[in-house]
Write a protein that binds this ligand. Sequence first.
Ligand code: FEO
Ligand code: CA
Ligand code: CA
Ligand code: CA
Length: 637
Amino acid sequence: MKDTAHFQSILAKRLKRRSLLAAGIASGMAAVLPACSDKRAGKGRAQQAGEPKIDKIDSSVGREEPVASTLTFKELPHGLDEDFAVAEGYEWQSVVAWGDPLFDDAPAFNPWKQSEAAQLRQFGYNNDYVGFIELEAKGTDKRGLLVVNHEATEPRLMFPGSPAGNQLDLAQCKIDIAAHGLSVIEIQQHASGPWSPVLDSKYNRRITPWTEMQFSGPAAGHNRMLTQISSDGVHTLGTYGNCAGGLTPWGTVLTGEENVDNFFYGKAPDGIETKNFESFDVDTGDKNWGEHFSRWDLQQNPRELLHVGWIVEVDPFDPTSKPQKRTALGRFKHEGANIYINHDGRVAVYMGDDEKFQFIYKFLSKNLYKEGDREANLTLLDEGDLFAAKFHPDGRLQWLPLQYGEGPLTPENGFSGQADVVLDARIAADLLGATPMDRPEDVDVNPHNGHIFAMLTNNDARKEERIDAANPRALNKDGQIIEFWPESNDHTAEFFRWELFLIAGKLDDATTNYHEGTSENGWFSCPDNCTFDKLGNIWIATDGATRHGIADGVWAAGVEGPGRALSKRFIRTPIGAEMCGPCFTPDNESFFCAVQHPASGSRFEKPSTRWPDFDESLPPRPAVVAVRKTGGGRVGS
Ligand code: FEO
Ligand code: CA
Ligand code: CA
Ligand code: CA
């Protein structure tokens, strides 16, 4: 078969590192192994007594048996049932679930008597991104802020009677809207026990599609940004479709507005933003918010759709702060955004646009990060350069500048300034020749070595004639993980190197590529989010394993040495759920993750699981889970 032959030749080229390791060829290793000279490369790698060390040079070369990775937990078997499950020796708890009160005065959850007012004081639906920011401990109690995205809802599971999202009455619609956005909640842990919400915390906040926000950067105040709710194109209301995100070193959260077109209703008048809406692949009809609020009716208010699709920066330390929509980072279906501070102080932000054949982006700040100068750092993401990634087949990644006036980004092609470039980022990246990817979800930086890992979740529309080195499979239903890094660790460089980290799918599928030691439980499908522990291991959350009859969940793998890409299953989600938002506490003794849409596809009256309460009077509830090692210790050990 042609694609198999092509696939094999691509594999031979782009999986070179692993075959070198397997063959025991040590020469040239220093050139392909991650740089470790930069002082940042050592950040977060504090070794604990007795813990194995990640080798910089592969010490297994020439050995029969691979050396054990630092991930020594006993692997969890595949399976699919109504409950959450974690590897033996670990315990889990629901920290906060949909409807849980976030404030002292919030009403207790009652799905039969839910109201907009109650939902505005309670944890929202379908938690996706989870960020943990450590606060100073109070005695032996650890404390932190959880910042959580509520990406979407599933009205058939939320409301008695199981209405579809496009058939909500006004009261239901108001509740539905209020269940979106973000929650900020302080949590505390007493004596290494369970985590619990602190309901009287001054930080707790709900951010919703009605919260006052502002645009900053090149598109702020532009004519195309004038709408029913914004006469100046600077002020706006709300965020929704918030998928993944990332923390900044200055203590804010970046949240990605992803499938924002789903919240709109109707059709825009001909000739208004036609090119943009085409490039945005606008797909309306999932919701009827626009029937009740003309703000979301494209016929009446088409440019409202330009107010979403951004990265929004939220300051969780100030509940009165206005979240800022950072337009310099471009508008597309943002999965999330993750930051690396370059050695010269410039801030690199890595981002994915999660749609079939869309792109990976990098933003580089003009100004420098100043440790301790929060006020200055809060404007870093407003000025700088945006780039889209072109993956060359020879292993080079080239960053193409989305700069007005350069190359094709001129008036002849419909661009009259940088505002147009960021608003029409997809069109610009396409004109520049960026590589159309297999749905880039989380694009996250490993603080251990500054390497970036992109979760390419799947793309079943890729035809044989469109496969390329970075996206090597036609009808790709299982996804792959791609790794890229700047040689000499300079994130401002035009050229990086790239390599496929692994190609997902069933272990016996000839088109997959795993570590040869991967067990029958170590394979997975559809990588979506990821995070890194302090030893540099990657923790991968999935969304799509159920097509193989197994639960989604979390798999962990090393990134260097003999345990590189040796994935092991750690968590199973309950039926219907995808796994989102993995993150660690800085001491790595707690691991947080988000169970999104448990029982998806079933109905309020007869859900396929009632996780996590298993109470006949309650529907299933999306929830943030904390996982700890029984008796304490580093998660993964
Ligand atoms: Fe909301 Fe790309 O997942
Ligand atoms: Ca996602
Ligand atoms: Ca992440
Ligand atoms: Ca997904």
